[in-house]
Write a protein of this length. Structure first.
Length: 301
């Protein structure tokens, strides 16, 4: 029995499903029951009938799945797979903003810790942030923790006063304007698709800006054949599955998420066999963190 077969057997035995983010390795995506971006996987986690969820992703994703499914067991293949940006805002920053503005909504990117979510009014993903912010009654929006996504939403929803902090995704801010220009010169026939976690000068060069799922749909459905991709290269697996003839390039050589790379088939087997790395959260804590996640699912319908 090879690793893939063993995982299939263990999933059935444990009544478990595997959720995988687009940024994990292709072999991990191949054993997953559902593959997607943060918003899609949050919905799947909420709707599943399985007794256990194995989340092939980083810590905040496993936490969100547990908060949405407190009665289910949630496991992380690697307990140390984390998202640096999730920690780039503090509770004190949020409290200070609430003291400064009366008419304020704290809008928390799902790429954040469970603790930060307990202080937010609503969560968002890159796929639904503009829609949700536009529909909020508050004029002032404290968008945390990604300043680049917040800046992008500010341009999409100019009627709101969007304030950001200084968080960012290292994987996307490592893509510089000079790199994009060099890639465009090297591949003159390629369209450039970028994630809104990139900086504004990079986004200004893009033919398309969107979430991971948005980028995949854009490339797959485009009449063009060659693309430069401005996000983690894990999205290549799904694009090649849906449109094998598309020619894809990264902007820079090292366009990977090192934390997503920590998720392996061996670690998935371990959590299924031995039930290690279970996500355990206090019930009262989960109740507080659930509110902004449920509001996200409601407002994004």
């Amino acid at each position: 029995m090879n690793k893939q077969e063993k995982i299939k057997y263990l999933k059935k035995e444990k009544d478990a499903i595997i959720l995988a983010h687009f940024y994990v390795d292709e072999d991990v995506q191949q054993v997953a029951d559902y593959i997607g971006d943060s918003f899609y996987l949050a919905k799947v986690a909420k709707e599943t009938d399985a007794k256990a969820i194995v989340f092939a992703g980083v810590e905040f994703m496993g936490e969100s799945a547990k908060i949405l499914n407190p009665e289910k067991r949630v496991f992380m293949p690697d307990a140390h797979a984390d998202c640096p940006m999730a920690h780039m805002v503090t509770v004190n920053e949020i409290k200070k903003m609430r003291e400064t503005y009366d008419d304020l909504a704290v809008v928390c990117y799902i790429n954040s810790t469970a603790e930060i979510k307990t202080y937010a009014d609503v969560c968002v993903t890159s796929a639904n942030a503009a829609k949700i912010v536009k529909n909020l009654p508050q004029k002032n929006i404290f968008f945390i923790p990604d300043q680049n996504l917040g800046d992008f939403i500010r341009r999409q929803v100019p009627e709101k006063n969007i304030i950001t902090n200084h968080g960012h995704c290292p994987r996307h801010t490592n893509i510089w304007l000079s790199d994009v220009k060099a890639a465009k010169q090297k591949y003159p026939n390629a369209r450039f698709a970028a994630h809104p976690e990139c900086t504004k000068d990079v986004l200004d060069e893009a033919d398309y800006i969107g979430s991971t799922s948005g980028i995949i749909n854009y490339v797959v459905n485009s009449e063009d054949n060659e693309f430069i991709i401005g996000t983690v290269d894990g999205v290549f697996a799904k694009i090649h599955e849906l449109a094998p003839d598309k020619i894809l390039h990264t902007v820079i050589d090292d366009q990977i998420c090192v934390n997503m790379k920590k998720v392996t088939l061996d670690k998935i087997i371990d959590v299924l066999e031995n039930e290690t790395n279970e996500v355990l959260l206090d019930q009262e804590f989960m109740n507080d963190a659930l509110k902004p996640l449920e509001r996200m699912l409601e407002l994004a319908k």
